[in-house]
Design a protein around this ligand. Structure first.
Ligand SMILES: [Zn+2]
Length: 93
């Protein structure tokens, strides 16, 4: 089972940017995921940035999703937080 099939298998969106090769979920050892997401928000261009499943006070919890539009000019720079199956605007720790 490749990543895309696995992702659909666990209920992920069938039009996920992951399946199109335009999104990654990342973590950086030694840097909390809220710090990482904040740095990306403030320094890089992206379509969608999502701080996923992060729990305040647990720096290594969750991960950071970074998605890109097909064309650089179409990147919307949307930052969201996903927690308890709910998306919130911005990065909320
Ligand atoms: Zn992701």
């Amino acid at each position: 089972m490749n990543y895309c099939d696995w992702y659909k298998h666990i209920g992920g969106s069938t039009n996920s940017k992951h399946c199109l090769g335009r999104a990654v979920d990342i973590e950086v050892p030694g840097i909390s995921n809220i710090e990482l997401a904040t740095w990306i928000r403030d320094n890089l261009d992206y379509d969608k940035l999502i701080l996923e499943c992060y729990r305040q006070g647990e720096p290594r919890s969750g991960w950071v999703h970074v998605g890109l539009a097909q064309s650089h000019k179409d990147n919307r720079n949307i930052a969201l937080t996903y927690s308890n199956r709910v998306y919130s605007q911005g990065l909320v720790a």
